[in-house]
Design a protein. Structure first.
Length: 171
């Protein structure tokens, strides 16, 4: 009888290629996860941050808003002062009378120069300190009540003002 031919067994390449593909996929997935962690992809979901200079500006402005003041400019001397609303270009004020009510978050010299205060013969008087909303309320109360202020009521009826001479409009 003849020699037996050796039988060669062939392994299924389908099983090997499926395993290889699965192994390569797992390695690629692990590499991708590692790269994303190192690249800081999770930071995309956090709020953007300001640079230190911008952060300092923001904090300064927030402090100004919290630390505002409502003030009055008061006449230093009896005399004529500019008027922005009565139909007259100037208006006579006695020393101590209110020329203007206002608010600021920057303080006296952030709002007015020393030259303005001196040239206009006025004194800057802080009447209320608080946050900007509280100061706006106080300013409005002062402006609406100006017509009933004793200094205004002491004037003749035709010379009474609805608001101080240097407050051009009611806001």
């Amino acid at each position: 009888m003849g020699a037996n031919k050796p039988e060669t067994r062939t392994l299924s390449t389908k099983k090997q290629s499926a395993f290889s593909t699965l192994l390569i996929g797992a390695v690629v997935l692990l590499v991708a996860v590692a790269l994303f962690k190192n690249a800081g992809i999770q930071d995309d979901f956090e709020a953007p941050k300001l640079n230190p200079k911008e952060e300092a500006k923001l904090q300064k402005r927030l402090k100004e808003i919290d630390d505002s003041e409502q003030y009055a400019l008061v006449a230093n001397l009896d005399g004529f002062y500019p008027c922005l609303h009565s139909g007259q270009t100037v208006y006579y004020l006695l020393a101590g009378e209110v020329r203007k009510y206002g608010i600021t978050s920057k303080g006296q010299f952030g709002r007015y120069t020393g030259a303005f205060i001196n040239n206009n013969d006025v004194t800057y008087v802080v009447e209320f300190r608080g946050n900007i909303a509280e100061c706006l309320k106080q300013e409005q109360i002062k402006l609406f009540n100006y017509r009933n202020l004793p200094e205004n009521l002491a004037r003749s009826l035709e010379n009474r003002l609805l608001r101080p001479p240097y407050n051009p409009i009611m806001r």
